[in-house]
Design a protein around this ligand. Structure first.
Ligand code: SAH
Length: 235
């Protein structure tokens, strides 16, 4: 079989420190921002000259956390409750041959700080440390197809999840710089209902935890309501 070697052009610095709680597609959590930091070979303004004229970009990346774990021909999309199998090429599953992912994200700004070139992106669905293979401008006239239909994933996932914060969590937020924005970010993540499909609706009160930025967030789910109980800095 022919093989190719690919080296990352950069890496993602993301608030999502683990796969759990990352939205299933980009832009579902608009307040999720990340930096794409260029590798030394591409750490020059020339490589991104003109990029600011585009509001959105395609990021092609390697599913580095799962890429070594192989793939199966059939996968169970979470969208279908985890019970129905579809061909891997009929899904956006992370476990796939070659382990390549693609996300259309918003370009917020281009940074050049202390000799390091970076793109600030928002609406991302990428894990911290994700290796980036390529970047291309998003072209609405060609990439946005009005007559397309998308089978089991035809519409944006809807949940009726609501979110509130305990007094303790609100006090923690008030002590974090940009706490209001962080609160919105947490709300958006929880409104996506990050629980695995098979867990939803078991115990009357379920307890969960996730890492966002350098914080550990604990919350409970009762029916369709999330209560954030604790926000603590990770040690
Ligand atoms: N928009 C991409 C990703 C869809 S799958 C595409 O369509 O190709 C989305 C899931 O990818 C997220 O829920 C997250 O858990 C997972 N993910 C994100 N970055 C990853 C990485 N570097 N390695 C493994 N999984 C990752």
């Amino acid at each position: 079989m022919e093989t190719y070697q690919i080296s990352p052009i950069g890496f993602i610095q993301s608030p999502y420190k683990q796969k759990f709680a990352i939205p299933r597609q980009p832009r579902l959590v608009p307040d999720a921002t990340a930096r794409l930091v260029f590798s030394p070979e591409f750490n020059r303004e020339e490589f991104v000259r003109g990029i600011k004229d585009f509001t959105h970009l395609w990021i092609l990346f390697r599913f580095h956390e799962t890429a070594e774990k192989g793939y199966s021909a059939l996968v169970r999309p979470p969208r279908l409750g985890g019970n129905i199998k579809k061909g891997v090429f009929a899904t956006r599953a992370t476990f796939r041959p070659n382990g390549i992912g693609m996300s259309a994200v918003k370009l917020e700004s281009v940074e050049y700080h202390q000799g390091q070139l970076a793109l600030v992106l928002s609406g991302i669905d990428l894990l911290d440390g994700t290796p980036v293979i390529d970047i291309k401008p998003y072209l609405p006239y060609s990439d946005s197809l009005q007559d397309a239909s998308a089978g089991f994933a035809d519409t944006r996932p809807q949940t009726d999840m609501t979110v509130s914060f305990s007094q303790v969590a609100l006090i923690s937020l008030s002590q974090i710089p940009d706490g209001e924005r962080f609160k919105r970010f947490i709300e958006q993540v929880l409104m996506q209902d990050p629980r695995p499909a098979y867990k939803a609706g078991r115990d009357p009160v379920q307890h969960y935890g996730m890492s966002l930025h350098e914080f550990n967030i604990k919350w409970t789910v009762e029916g369709t309501h999330n209560t954030v109980t604790e926000i603590t800095r990770e040690k």
